[in-house]
Design a protein around this ligand. Structure first.
Ligand code: HEM
Ligand code: HEM
Length: 242
């Protein structure tokens, strides 16, 4: 092995990786991607049923029935995922183990203002973020409420007789309109905002690999990095004292 190769091997060994997303979170995100994509692909032909591409797809009642069935199965998967996500959060909350780091706090507003100043060349430094920055919190909560709205309105359209037993009849056309319009808002949000932030602004694959490198942690999640490093240092000190 040449000296240069040895140097490279040593460098690769030295690069420390930090856990960003646990396996469960990565699975949840994968289920979101798959169910959301299927829902979009089976919903849009129904929304744009006057267009020729849609009529080619839905040319027979059987085809329309199949597309709707696939939409319903994907909807159940998304709904189960949402119930699991909220259920897990409630269990963690009851045990006082919910990290709560995705909750919006006043510091996020200050960070957003700080970032604007940086972008308009009024400051030289970027804000320091913790586990989730304000943009990631916006993504989470926008999609959280978007999916809740799609789920509620979707079940109203699916089971109109049951819902109109205790709600006024107007709730069905209102749900149809909301479901149809919100699908475009959610699609644009994911395809433009979310994909821009995770792949174009910088290539971030942490939701698939679960990990971030030390330089990435230091640059994009400085406070989280400092906290984790501090914890390791404290543990080491405690170990040495023993
Ligand atoms: C739990 C979640 C959901 C449920 C229960 C649900 C249910 C439904 C139902 C019952 C319909 C009427 C046609 C049919 O029977 O298939 C429908 C239509 C539709 N869905 Fe969903 N859906 C859900 C989520 C989504 C999501 C996440 C999207 C896209 C982001 C979506 C996009 C659409 C679209 C575009 C239509 C056609 C609306 C129109 O005709 O104007 N759905 N959905
Ligand atoms: C091809 C599609 C997608 C890719 C490549 C992708 C990629 C990513 C990545 C890399 C992250 C981690 C960002 C971080 O470091 O915090 C992330 C986070 C997240 N994703 Fe996705 N995602 C996709 C689709 C979706 C869809 C369809 C949804 C929901 C409907 C979704 C919801 C979220 C949420 C709520 C987060 C946490 C908030 C954040 O970190 O921004 N993603 N995604």
């Amino acid at each position: 092995m040449t000296a240069k190769q040895k140097n490279t091997t040593a460098h690769v060994k030295e690069e420390k990786m930090f856990l960003r997303f646990k396996l469960g979170q990565r699975w949840e995100h994968l289920i979101l991607i798959l169910s959301f994509t299927v829902l979009l692909l089976t919903g849009l032909p129904q929304k744009y049923r006057d267009f020729s591409w849609s009529q080619d797809l839905l040319s027979t009642p059987e085809r329309l029935g199949l597309i709707r069935q696939i939409h319903h199965i994907a909807a159940l998967i998304l709904a189960l995922e949402a119930v699991y996500h909220i259920g897990r959060a409630l269990v963690l909350l009851a045990r006082r183990k919910l990290p709560g780091n995705i909750l919006p706090v006043w510091q996020d507003v200050l960070d957003a203002g700080h970032m604007l100043q940086y972008l308009f060349f009024l400051r030289n430094d970027k804000p320091k973020f913790g586990k989730y920055n304000f943009e990631q919190k916006v993504t989470y909560w926008f999609l959280f409420f978007g999916i809740a709205m799609m789920g509620i309105t979707g079940f109203v359209i699916w089971f109109p007789e049951q819902f109109t037993q205790f709600l006024p009849g107007g709730v069905v056309p209102a749900s149809k309109l909301a479901h149809s319009t919100e699908s475009i808002v959610a699609a644009v949000f994911v395809l433009i905002w979310h994909i821009y932030h995770v792949h174009i602004e910088r290539l971030n694959l942490s939701i698939f690999t679960g990990r971030l490198s030390e330089p990435e942690m230091r640059e994009f999640h400085t406070k989280d990095y400092e906290q984790q490093i501090g914890q390791v240092a404290n543990k080491t000190q405690a170990g040495e004292k023993k």
